[in-house]
Write a protein that binds this ligand. Structure first.
Ligand SMILES: [Zn+2]
Length: 218
């Protein structure tokens, strides 16, 4: 272990603080071009709340990483795997991803702020999908009427909206941790359905079409 301490944001208590490294594991493997990929896992303990943070440092020598906007990014990547505060995908519009990650970052710290951030994620999704209406309820209904949101996800959206309102207006909010996890899960389903699943299907279909073309050429 080289550096035994690192300044990290603790997503259990919200403090950005110098944490102590208590364990480390490194995995190396080769890829087809015989260059290397490395994943380093480090476990840090927050001196303020005593809870762990698992940091993954991924490094790849031979694979370029593209952002949602098509820009090439550095191969080294730091991700806090625990507590979960990021979503691992490049298939979400930047604003949607950033709004959802803001919610994840506050889920252990402030329930009301997290609920408001989830509602905001939904508002950004509605805007991105061109929903029409003078309030969030009307916009959800509009997406549902247009067939963009199936009935189950319409209900999930309405629940998220309602909890978000509670977060914004009720001073002594009594949402349980389990309820909060559920609302986060609902938003995750909405993002999966609207963005992540179509992108994955598209990628596989393109690959299949390319394989078919190549077959035709032979
Ligand atoms: Zn902490």
């Amino acid at each position: 272990m080289e550096n035994k301490q690192k300044v990290l944001q603790c997503y259990s208590c919200g403090n950005e603080t110098l944490m102590n490294l208590v364990g480390e594991h490194r995995s190396d493997w080769g890829c087809p071009e015989d260059l290397h990929e490395t994943c380093n896992y480090q476990l840090y303990i927050c001196p303020i709340c005593g809870k762990p943070t698992l940091l993954e440092t991924y490094w790849n020598e031979c694979q370029q990483r593209y952002t949602y906007n098509g820009e090439i990014e550095d191969y080294e990547e730091h991700t806090i795997l625990f507590p979960v505060s990021t979503i691992k995908t490049n298939n979400l519009p930047v604003e949607v991803k950033s709004a959802f990650e803001s919610a994840l970052k506050t889920k252990n710290i402030d329930t009301a702020v997290c609920l408001i951030a989830l509602r905001r994620t939904l508002e950004i999704v509605c805007k991105e999908k061109g929903a029409v209406g003078h309030n969030l309820w009307k916009k959800i209904e509009d997406l549902s009427n247009k067939g963009i949101l199936p009935p189950e996800l319409k209900h999930a959206s309405v629940i998220t909206k309602t909890y978000g309102n509670m977060g914004a207006h009720d001073a002594d909010i009594s949402t349980t941790k389990q309820e909060l996890e559920q609302v986060i899960e609902f938003v995750q389903y909405i993002l999966d359905y609207l963005y992540i699943l179509p992108a994955k299907i598209n990628k596989i279909q393109e690959k299949m079409a390319r394989a078919k073309d190549e077959e035709g050429e032979e």
